[in-house]
Design a protein around this ligand. Structure first.
Ligand code: GAR
Length: 232
């Protein structure tokens, strides 16, 4: 029986089970829409997701333009990526604000000033308040390094390691008030190997993030260009 199972798995592997099999849902055709969507990207970290969004646009896989990158941390590496690719950016440092609301309002005003249609939290390490969530209802998405609803909140990769799960992954979801809880748009599974360190696991999760985030943007953009009705 054991032997049969192994044989089945091997047959499957030789019949097209590959990286794409770990992504769900995955349409056979890329989601197409026009005209191009204006993106606002929010980032606090290294900006690798920003970079892959930019590359997807450059490669014409994503019909979008980055209207603005907003960072809350003046030292984050995402700024270097913005400079490298000539992406317009602004620093809105939360430490210069008296409250979370004040920061949210500055972020929201900038997004509105630039007629942003879809907001992408690509490594944005801040909780956003209801003002932004309501203003960008169905147009605010986040990427999180776990298979939600498992391992919400900070250090999701370490949480997965600590729980000794054997598969984790990443999720793109709509943002709602409860952290990491909005409707799921797309997920990718990443097996955890025995010899994994946090760093090697993070790298494999991020490889998948770089695939699913542009796909999720396209899916949501298509909804925006058609209707919101079927989107919740
Ligand atoms: C990504 O792995 C993203 O999933 C995570 O931050 C990283 C940013 O990487 N986001 C969260 O943990 C949000 N809770 P990047 O700056 O290289 O795109």
């Amino acid at each position: 029986m054991k032997q049969d199972n192994r044989q089945n798995i091997e047959n499957n592997l030789s019949h097209g089970l590959n990286v794409q099999s770990l992504i769900s849902p995955l349409d056979s055709e890329p989601p197409l829409f026009a005209p191009k969507i204006r993106l606002g990207i929010l980032a606090s970290g290294n900006g690798s997701n920003l970079e892959y969004i930019f590359k997807s646009i450059q490669n014409k896989q994503l019909n979008a333009e980055i209207a603005i990158l907003i960072v809350n941390n003046p030292n984050c590496l995402a700024i270097k990526k913005a400079l490298k690719y000539k992406i317009p950016y602004v620093i809105i440092n939360h430490r210069d604000c008296n409250s979370r609301l004040e920061h949210d309002i500055l972020v929201m005003e900038k997004l509105e000033e630039l007629s942003v249609e879809l907001v992408v939290m690509a490594g944005w390490m801040r909780i956003v308040g209801e003002e932004i969530i309501n203003r960008f209802k169905n147009r605010l998405i986040n990427i999180h390094p776990s298979l939600l609803p498992s391992f919400k909140g900070i250090d999701a990769i370490q949480q997965a390691i600590d729980k000794r799960v054997t598969i984790t992954g990443c999720t793109v979801h709509y943002v709602q008030k409860e952290v990491d809880s909005g409707s799921i748009i797309i997920q990718a599974a990443v097996p955890i190997k025995e010899q994994d360190s946090k760093e090697t696991l993070k790298n494999r999760i991020q490889n998948m993030e770089h695939i699913i985030l542009p796909l999720a943007i396209a899916k949501v953009a298509k909804c925006i260009r058609t209707s919101f009705k079927d989107n919740m």
